[in-house]
Design a binder for this molecule. Structure first.
Ligand code: TYM
Length: 350
């Protein structure tokens, strides 16, 4: 079976963007692929965090994965830091990664900007930071810059054939493919070049409050983001207060980002086509649209939330899943890392 690998950061509760753009689709691949699902705790420490919270969120993320349909009997669920090899391979890859490629990454620029940096527009290695002060400068650590290299290592360590992700990870995956090709070219054929799997619907769920930006776990405006464990009442309230557009027509269009996003959420949550929803709501107002979206989202998440409650109370079960997942992952990772070390010219451990 072809191998897929994909991961999410344990930075809090998954959003409906993570669910519709990613995890829900992963759950449909269990029978056709050999699946590796990682919870990337090592990525999560590239930004400010609290250790106790990371520990709690990591286990919660595992329970959320399973509650969303990732069956551990038919896939390998593991925590990144449980498998030796991710950071080791990242080191080797970093030595064939130009700094300029990393400074060009959209996600790096966005995260750096949030920390007070203005990243000057420019191309490549001479890109300059104009920063607000020494404190802002100190908060952009080199791990944040290296983030995509560690992500490439996550993927290449398993020689994954494909990586199912939302649209926001497209650029990181492109870098991963470049690195795989460069390594193969420099050291001889080693890595499979992974294909991105990006879903047709749900790949880009936008903020409810600013539909020009993607829905994100870390949005300061709590009304902007729907979390999969939000209480139904909270989901309803957030959806009813979503920003819409001028005019009153319920139609997906470029000049109607708010309505388009609601339609996209509705379609992905209900399995209906956008055109079908538009037709059935012709002549109705935005209030009706929002109410139907809320009903669809709540109905979709109800079984997920019920299952999560059971799982998070059963720590022994979760630990069993993680032990098995890390065991299988480590075996595969070790084989590939050994091969890489040999090609890199490292002396084999006697
Ligand atoms: P993360 O944790 O931000 O998101 C997990 C998955 O959810 C998708 N996603 C979205 N899809 C649609 N609309 C949105 N608004 C939205 N927000 C997030 C993401 O595309 C992703 O598929 N760098 C990765 C984690 C990672 C990884 C990897 C992924 C580390 N190593 C190896 C794949 C393979 C990330 O931050 O995802």
């Amino acid at each position: 079976k072809p191998v897929i690998l994909t991961c999410a950061q344990p930075t809090g509760v998954l959003t409906i963007g993570n669910y519709l753009g990613a995890v829900k689709n992963w759950a449909t691949m269990l029978d056709d692929y050999d699946c590796y699902f990682g919870v990337v705790d090592q990525h999560a420490i590239t930004v400010k965090y609290t250790p106790a919270e990371l520990r709690k969120n990591t286990l919660s993320c595992v329970a959320q994965y399973i509650a969303c349909g990732l069956d551990p009997e038919r896939s390998n669920i593991f925590i990144q830091s449980h498998v030796t090899g991710h950071t080791e391979l990242a080191w080797v890859l970093s030595c064939i990664t130009p700094i300029g490629d990393l400074q060009r990454m959209t996600q790096f620029k966005e995260k750096a900007a949030k920390l007070g940096f203005k990243v000057a527009e420019g191309d490549g290695a001479d890109l300059k930071f104009s920063h607000e002060g020494a404190r802002a400068q100190a908060s952009v650590n080199s791990g944040l810059l290296m983030y995509p290299v560690l992500m490439a290592a996550d993927i290449l360590l398993y020689n994954a054939d494909a990586v199912p992700v939302g649209n926001d990870q497209r650029q990181h995956l492109e870098l991963c493919r470049d690195l795989a090709q460069r390594f193969n070219h420099n050291y001889s054929e080693t890595f499979t070049i992974p294909e991105p799997f990006i879903p047709a619907s749900g790949a880009r769920i936008m903020s409810l409050q600013d539909p020009d930006r993607k829905m994100s776990k870390s949005d300061e405006n709590q009304n902007a983001t729907l979390y999969i464990l939000d209480d139904p009442k909270v989901l309803q309230k957030k959806i009813m207060s979503a920003v819409t557009d001028s005019g009153s027509e319920i139609k997906a269009a470029d000049d109607k980002p708010g309505v388009s996003n609601l339609l996209q959420i509705y379609a992905a949550s209900s399995g209906r086509e956008i055109a079908d929803i538009e037709a059935s709501l012709a002549g109705e107002g935005y209030g009706t649209l929002k109410k139907e979206v809320a009903d669809a989202v709540i109905a979709m998440l109800e079984p997920v939330q019920a299952r999560y409650k059971e799982l998070i109370a059963d720590k022994a079960y979760l630990e069993g899943v993680l032990k098995a997942g890390a065991g299988v992952a480590q075996k595969r990772a070790y084989k590939i890392l050994s091969k890489v070390y040999r090609k890199a010219g490292f002396v084999e451990r006697p």
